[in-house]
Design a protein around this ligand. Structure first.
Ligand code: UDP
Length: 485
């Protein structure tokens, strides 16, 4: 008798390395640890057809089926639309392709669940059509879910066009206060179209069976149990912290000039500087950062991007890597020569998990995107926080004021620009300071241990996924039996 096919989970990853990388790891864990089969669905961008190839061809993803949905036209969208609009439109317009794919998969194996990420709320009705559970993958933290829930409930019964702003200070469960300046970009102003889209997405989340959140309790402020309970007692589905979904370092190319250079540096001597998959600095900020690194006197490895005014390089985000423009040409004159021997600047990209886990790396100047944060914590590396866009300011508020694993440089200038002196001071503090610096270094070491425990069999994250996988399998097998009767 042929063995029945495993119950099958379909995960839908919106564009962006920060979404795809943790979802690929989630898919891998569901297959290797929890007895499910998985298909990871991505989208096709005709102008960057290889955008996802490095992640999807990684050894750890080999047990997961991967499908890229056909491209859909987006050229009618205004060029100055925010990136979120592009993601929501892309997913919404791809639903007929996704429906056809789900029908194909379900004819060959019992469907166990549909798991879109937080940009994919419009695919949730497909789960209802097919009678399968749906979980939203939230690549950020519980606090992010709690803010979303507050905004949605604040606007219950309110029509689009009249949405209410979040208060200037939001009191979250567990007595955590979040200030307006720390809200994600999209929650800053209820008059902006992105705010309306977020509320609509949040309303649709209510149809899901739960949130899979890439976090663990010690990464949250206050009492995370209170956040979880508050979400459960609300109109939102329950949350399952399944952290830290980090790609194995063996997935990254080990042959790299960065790693060769790190091999030649003393243990615990290097500051790694990088701003995620798409973060970019203005020319002025690039110059201040360069000067700050130079003044700090420490060794550094800096992933340099072409300058951008608004903090995000759209082309990098969507996977367009061009070798035409050299970001290093934008560094201040003489900087590379003056710091040669103790600093390395590389263009565009580094194998980050390998860099962070290298014994020479001691600190991370980071935009505090959530994946970068978890990767840093998993390697026991404290951070200097430099938020740029999306929900990064919220992350920094948690990491510096609550979790205690990051140091904010002090913005001393009226225009908010962080001056070279503040950068140098923050780097020196995290590398060797006896007070705050010592505290963030110790905290990073503690969190590294907690993160490692959570993912081992029987650990909190492992158990959460086992619970969710069990529910999905029960539904799939129940349906299979019903079909056979
Ligand atoms: N990343 C990398 N090399 C780089 C820059 C980024 O491997 O030079 C990876 C990083 O390890 C992380 C992801 O890209 O897994 C970025 O995700 P994050 O949430 O930190 O930031 P986002 O790009 O979403 O702003």
């Amino acid at each position: 008798v042929a063995a029945s096919p495993r119950p099958h989970v379909v995960l839908v990853a919106s564009p962006g390395a920060g979404h795809l990388i943790p979802m690929a790891e989630l898919a891998r864990r569901l297959v290797t640890h929890h007895g499910l089969a998985a298909t990871l669905v991505t989208f096709t961008d005709q102008s960057a057809p290889n955008a996802n190839s490095t992640v999807l061809s990684s050894p750890s993803v080999s047990q997961v089926s991967t499908v890229a949905l056909p491209a859909v036209p987006l050229d009618d969208l205004p060029a100055d639309d925010p990136i979120e609009t592009m993601l929501w439109e892309l997913i919404g317009r791809s639903i007929p392709h996704l429906r056809a794919l789900l029908r194909d998969i379900s004819s060959a194996a019992p469907l166990a669940a549909l798991v879109p990420d937080f940009f994919g709320s419009t695919v949730l009705p497909l789960a209802a059509e097919l009678g399968v559970p749906a979980y939203i993958f939230f690549p950020s933290n519980l606090t992010g879910v709690a803010v979303m829930r507050s905004a949605v409930e604040l606007n219950d019964g309110v029509a689009s066009g009249e949405y209410r702003d979040l208060p200037d200070v939001l009191r979250l469960p567990g007595s955590v206060l979040l200030h307006r300046k720390d809200y994600a970009d999209g929650f800053q102003n209820s008059k902006e179209p992105t705010y309306a889209r977020l509320i609509e997405a949040g309303r649709r989340y209510r149809a899901a069976d739960g949130f899979l959140v890439n976090t663990f309790d010690e990464m949250e402020p206050g009492n995370p149990e209170e956040i979880k309970q508050a979400v459960e007692q609300s109109t939102f589905p329950p949350v399952y912290p399944v952290e830290p979904l980090i790609r194995p370092s063996s997935d990254e190319d080990g042959a790299s000039a960065c790693l060769d250079w790190l091999d030649r540096q003393p243990k615990g001597s290097v500051v790694y500087v990088s701003f995620g998959s798409a973060g970019a600095l203005s020319v002025e900020r690039t110059a201040e950062l360069a000067a700050g690194l130079e003044d700090s006197g420490h060794r550094f490895l800096w992933v340099v991007r072409l300058p951008s005014q608004d903090g995000i390089n759209f082309a990098m985000f969507t996977g367009h890597r061009s070798d035409k423009d050299d970001p290093l040409a934008w560094l201040p004159e003489g900087f590379v020569e003056r710091t040669s021997g103790r600093g390395l600047a590389v263009a565009a990209w580094a194998p980050q998990v390998r860099v962070l886990s290298h014994p020479a790396t001691a600190a991370f100047v980071s935009h505090c995107g959530w994946n970068s944060t978890l990767e840093s914590v998993a390697s026991g590396v404290p951070m200097v926080a430099w938020p740029l866009y999306a929900e990064q300011r919220m992350n920094v508020a948690l990491l510096s004021e609550n979790v205690g694993v990051a140091q904010r440089p002090r913005a001393t200038r009226a225009d908010g620009l962080i001056a070279r002196e503040a950068i140098a001071a923050a780097v020196r503090e995290v590398m060797g300071g006896e007070e705050k610096g010592r505290a963030v270094r110790l905290r990073a070491g503690e969190l590294q241990q907690v993160a490692a425990r959570a993912c081992t069999p029987g650990g909190s994250s492992w158990q959460m996924l086992e619970e969710v996988a069990g529910k999905c399998k029960a539904v799939a097998l129940g349906r299979l039996k019903h079909r056979r009767l």
